[in-house]
Design a protein around this ligand. Structure first.
Ligand SMILES: Cc1ncc(C[n+]2csc(CCOP(=O)(O)OP(=O)(O)O)c2C)c(N)n1
Length: 585
């Protein structure tokens, strides 16, 4: 693919994929997670040169990349910030081991919580694991920093994190393309002192990596990615990543030290910069990672005294905090508040309709089905992290006894079950649980935009593959009661939930119906006959967004939203909802 010097507009995530290609990466593994997912989806473009896969979770993905690095090639793993928690076990230890082929983890943070369960700052985790972190400010840097990350990784024998945020991952910018670097595979030489982290070896490696980090911190003082932009010296700002863009817009005449490498910090460069400016500000979204270190060196700076640790920053917010004035520009128009809701035709809706009817509680998990917490369904009581539904239900049973959980189920999606739910179910079987687990199998990773997983029969590269049989997997763990039900067969679903929840043994109910957005074929359409409608409201109970009431209380179905799932028609006792068109819509 020779398009050297060509300039193109790229999404941050697209540019990271391009950077991986240009850096000579050979292996990439990932588990989807907003805002990191499109990196892997874009890597598919380079499948002639890069092997890329969806792994079942981030720990596995990181270990795949580590293995590839040990074998001598450049490798990467991609995940969202909470994914790094799942991958933190290998992360902390590969930090001691170092690399053979360059190793980069791309981790996407989500200040502002656009699609996450917390706002944790990856730089904090990286500091704890003593792993270098690069933070680009735009698409061009995202591409170039990927290449830098691999150079640093190999030169300093460190795994490296490239940290992005939602704003960067999902914004577009101009990128000039370069050729793919020809990187010779490194030879694998057996060296157990470096790759077998038992205590004696790890002790020695700890000393080595402390030294390497000091060397890197020293070198960082002259790295071109740590750049001083001297201007008016009244105000000096240390910043990095996306906040750099806001600072330049908010106070264009300020002097700026823009950090590309945010861990370890270039102490000398920071000291020199601090001496040259009257007031030093540190502008970083989320935690005071740079600020606390700079202050610990006795440098006076203003940071979280005036800036929040929550959410995204903006140029206006920075200008207001530093100058007490706002920019002569309009704040972006606020989108109308739209509460999150399951799509019309979503198979999760009928499951929650039945659970609501049975007055059951659900220990929930993470996925589209988390929306079962929202009225009018209001079934999901808890959402913690991926896989936690099954294990927290187990904890409730052990705390309160088996009768207590007969009114509860654990609810988990197919992708989440394969991510970390399997271990939790194993625990239920091992520790003599009796609870009921519902796997809402919609044949995809819906929440993050339809990625394949180990049970869909297709790889990231689009090749057909073995599809894990989820029911057989549960049976293999010893679950005797495994029942598969069509998610839209609400009579059957109700019967099965009643029966299984009453049992004194673990049951797994797998509701099967593909995500409504997967099926692009024309669907039949339902209409409501107002003359037959008795205004009883039964069809409205599942809270389908396609259903509204007319002024007289009869029901109307919006034909632009109806997907023809038929749930409303099943619930209508008066034949007021009728299938009008089949096949073509
Ligand atoms: C550790 C971690 N990794 C990734 C994510 C992003 N994520 C949220 S839900 C989800 C999976 C959803 O798929 P599935 O369980 O099949 O449910 P669906 O959305 O299809 O109903 C993913 C990947 C996350 N929240 N946490």
């Amino acid at each position: 693919m020779s398009n050297e010097n060509q300039k193109v507009i790229m999404l941050g995530n697209e540019a990271i994929a391009r950077g991986a290609y240009e850096a000579g990466v050979k292996v990439s593994a990932a588990y989807p997670g907003t805002p990191s997912t499109e990196i892997s989806e874009n890597l598919v473009k380079y499948k002639e040169d890069i092997y890329a896969e969806w792994s079942p979770n981030e720990k596995v993905a990181a270990e795949v990349a580590i293995g590839a690095s040990i074998s001598g090639v450049r490798a990467m793993a991609c995940m969202k910030h909470v994914g790094l928690n799942v991958a933190s076990d290998p992360l902390y230890t590969v930090s001691y081991m170092g690399v053979n082929g360059g190793l980069v983890l791309v981790v996407a943070d989500d200040p502002g919580l656009y699609s996450s369960q917390n706002e944790q700052d990856t730089r904090m985790v990286a500091r704890a694991a003593q792993v270098p972190v690069l933070e680009p400010s735009d698409s061009m840097e995202a591409k170039e920093f990927m290449k830098e990350a691999f150079e640093i990784s190999e030169q300093f024998d460190r795994p490296v994190i490239l940290r992005t945020t939602t704003r960067l991952a999902h914004s577009q910018g101009i990128v000039s393309l370069c050729e793919r670097k020809r990187v010779e595979d490194k030879t694998y030489v057996k060296d157990v002192k470096k790759t077998v982290m038992m205590p004696g070896n790890a002790k020695a490696r700890h000393i080595v990596i402390e030294k390497k980090n000091l060397e890197l911190a020293e070198a960082a003082n002259t790295f071109s990615m740590n750049r001083v932009e001297m201007n008016d010296t009244k105000i000096g700002v240390i910043t990095s990543g996306i906040p750099y863009q806001y600072v330049k817009e908010a106070i264009p005449n300020a002097s700026v030290l823009k950090l590309g490498l945010v861990n370890p910090l270039p102490k000398k460069l920071i000291q020199e910069f601090a001496e040259k400016v009257e007031t030093l500000y540190i502008v970083e979204e989320l935690d005071p990672v740079i600020e606390e270190q700079v202050k610990s060196w006795g440098i006076h700076a203003v940071g979280k005294e005036i800036f929040t640790v929550q959410g995204e920053y903006s140029a206006n917010m920075i200008r207001r905090a530093i100058l007490g004035a706002t920019l002569e520009m309009k704040e972006p128009a606020k989108a109308p508040g739209r509460p999150p809701i399951l799509c019309p035709g979503c198979p999760h809706r009928s499951v929650y309709y039945v659970l609501n009817k049975l007055k059951m509680h659900a220990a929930g998990d993470i996925g589209c089905y988390t929306l079962g917490a929202v009225a009018p369904l209001s079934v999901v009581d808890t959402t913690i992290c991926m896989g936690a539904s099954i294990s927290s239900l187990h904890g409730m049973e052990k705390a309160k006894g088996k009768e207590y959980v007969k009114n509860w189920v654990a609810v988990i999606g197919d992708s989440t079950f394969l991510h970390t739910g399997v271990n939790s179910l194993m625990n239920m079987m091992y520790n003599k649980a009796t609870g009921t687990v519902m796997i809402l199998d919609n044949s995809t990773t819906g929440m993050t935009g339809h990625q394949d997983h180990a049970a869909t029969g297709k790889t990231l590269l689009g090749e057909p593959t073995y599809a894990i049989d989820i029911a057989a997997l549960c049976r293999a763990m010893g679950v005797k009661n495994v029942v598969e039900v069509n998610a839209f067969n609400i009579a059957e679903l109700e019967k099965v939930i009643r029966e299984e929840a009453a049992k004194d043994e673990v049951s797994v109910i797998i509701t099967k119906s593909p995500c409504v957005l997967l099926d692009k074929s024309k669907k039949p359409l339902y209409i409501a006959h107002t003359d037959r409608c008795k205004k009883c409201g039964m069809c409205m109970k599942p809270g389908c967004p396609a259903m509204t009431r007319n002024e007289d209380g009869t029901v109307h179905i919006d034909d632009t939203m109806c997907t023809g799932c038929g749930l409303c028609a099943t619930l209508c006792k008066f034949d007021a909802i009728e299938l009008v068109k089949a096949g073509e819509r």
